[in-house]
Design a protein around this ligand. Structure first.
Ligand code: NAP
Length: 436
């Protein structure tokens, strides 16, 4: 008795779900479907190109993909090529692992000016995601402002200031490396609306900002408390991690440039109130905040930062899929611990919002596999054979795992010296590899 499962999305949460099903004692036929020909979701298109060790987790996903009970269907857009309803008619269980790939909006005047790029777009651009291939940010500017002090903000800032040599062992998209390294950029501002204690970045990522070849971190020491106040409620672990961040920020105070030409300015207690300029960004107006009961409250006092690009890195959200209940407020699919409706499940960021590290998705995958075991049985559905027939009828060209391996090989063999790969960044280029 085989239970047929379709997993939509081939990022970490999709692969962890497949892996958990394979480790369980049920008999599963698992099809992993992705909108792009290339698998691995945020591992390929979100994790920073200079964090190659983090990307190595895809080797574990590859083992899962090569299991005889698993098939990959890349280049198939669920919601466009095939509906969720159609998938449910073919599979006993459908798992939505589609992530939160859209930017949250700042909600300030001027946000639609040329030169404002949400971090999802900007990260997609430097990582060679086909959707953002033609973003073409005009980096002919001295200064970039990144709003937010999370790990995505720090990734954007770091990739912008690293030297060509520092990026030479990475898989940054060639178009992005060329634009970044030709830019006269000198100053990147990272701005938190609350204080250093509330910053979301983790310490390894923060420390990297003090180890850059051509960039000095700049911070006003007077905004950094010595330690987290004792009366501030938090777990011992959080306190330790936050104290560590404070120590690292302190170590940046009065850092000597030593000939380094670029600067990353860490600024706190300020929120954007307006993006300035004509059609294009010329600056940003920030309002100074006080923090009351953990919330940033504007004081009415403002200051302007001249800049040519603004990158809001303030978190991501998902988007609705036709026929699937959606929680607009939280930007996630409505679900009860992952269960959406009969035979329909959500995992990862589209289940619980864009937080946590890659490994956090493992728990979601385990939970979804348990639920599928509890809820689903062989309903005599057509599964893989049905999907293949449907795609054939609709004239959808899908890419199987062997096809991805060919694309992978083509990228690796085109890699510049020392780099892991040279990414193909347009879908037709990827398909052309398969056409020989
Ligand atoms: P995040 O950690 O939630 O950080 C978002 C930042 O934006 C916070 O500083 C937040 O401030 C700020 N913000 C939100 N709304 C704002 C507004 N309206 N105006 C000004 N600032 C605003 O989100 P993220 O950086 O996108 O990261 C998402 C997840 O991916 C996180 O779990 C992160 O750790 C993970 N990630 C990890 C790595 C890594 O491990 N190297 C790399 C990338 C991403 P408040 O705190 O005041 O809300």
């Amino acid at each position: 008795m085989t239970v047929r499962v379709a997993i939509v999305g081939s990022g970490p949460s999709g692969f962890y779900t497949a892996d958990a099903l394979l480790r369980s004692d049920g008999d599963y036929e698992i099809d992993i479907i992705d909108r792009l020909p290339t698998p691995f979701g945020l591992i390929r298109a979100g994790v920073a190109p200079d964090h190659q060790k983090t990307k190595n987790v895809s080797r574990a996903y590859e083992k899962t993909a090569l299991n005889e009970n698993v098939a990959y269907f890349g280049n198939v857009d669920i919601g466009k090529d095939v509906s969720v309803d159609e998938l449910q008619s073919l599979y006993d269980a459908v798992v939505l692992a589609i992530g939160s790939p859209y930017d949250r909006k700042l909600g300030v005047p001027g946000e639609d000016k040329k030169g404002v790029f949400g971090s999802a777009d900007f990260v997609g651009w430097y990582n060679g995601h086909p959707d953002f291939r033609d973003l073409e940010p005009d980096l002919d500017t001295d200064a970039v402002v990144v709003i937010g002090v999370g790990n995505v903000a720090i990734d954007c800032a770091r990739v912008l200031v690293k030297t060509p040599d520092e990026m030479s062992h990475t898989d940054i998209a060639t178009h992005a490396a060329d634009a970044i390294h030709a830019s006269p950029l000198k100053d990147v501002y990272m701005i938190g609306r609350r204080g250093p204690i509330d910053a979301k970045f983790t310490n390894v990522e923060l420390r990297e900002m003090g180890e850059l070849k051509n960039c000095t971190p700049i911070i006003d020491g007077s905004v950094i408390p010595d330690e987290v106040p004792e009366d501030m409620e938090m777990s011992d672990r959080d306190r330790r991690l936050k104290d560590r961040n404070l120590g690292t920020l302190k170590s940046f105070v009065d850092a000597a440039p030593d000939g380094r030409e670029k600067r990353v300015h860490f600024q706190f207690f300020a929120s954007p109130v307006e993006v300035l300029g004509g059609d294009s960004v010329e600056g940003i107006r920030m309002e100074i905040n006080e923090v009351r009961d953990g919330r940033a409250v504007g004081t009415g006092e403002t200051y302007d930062i001249p800049c040519g690009i603004v990158i809001p890195a303030i978190g991501y959200q998902g988007q609705p899929l036709e026929g699937v209940p959606f929680d607009d407020w939280n930007g996630v699919i409505k679900n009860d611990e992952g269960r959406v409706s009969d035979g329909l499940y959500a995992v990862g960021w589209i289940r619980r919002g864009p937080t946590g590290v890659i490994g956090t998705n493992k728990h979601d995958g385990d939970r979804a596999a348990e639920q599928i075991q509890e809820d689903c049985s062989d309903g005599g559905k057509a599964g893989r054979a049905g999907l293949t027939a449907l795609l054939g009828d609709k004239g959808v060209r899908w890419v199987d795992y062997a096809g991805w391996q060919q694309i992978d090989e083509a990228e690796k063999s085109a890699a510049p010296e020392g780099a892991p790969r040279r990414k193909l960044t347009r879908i037709p280029e990827m398909l052309a590899v398969l056409d020989g």
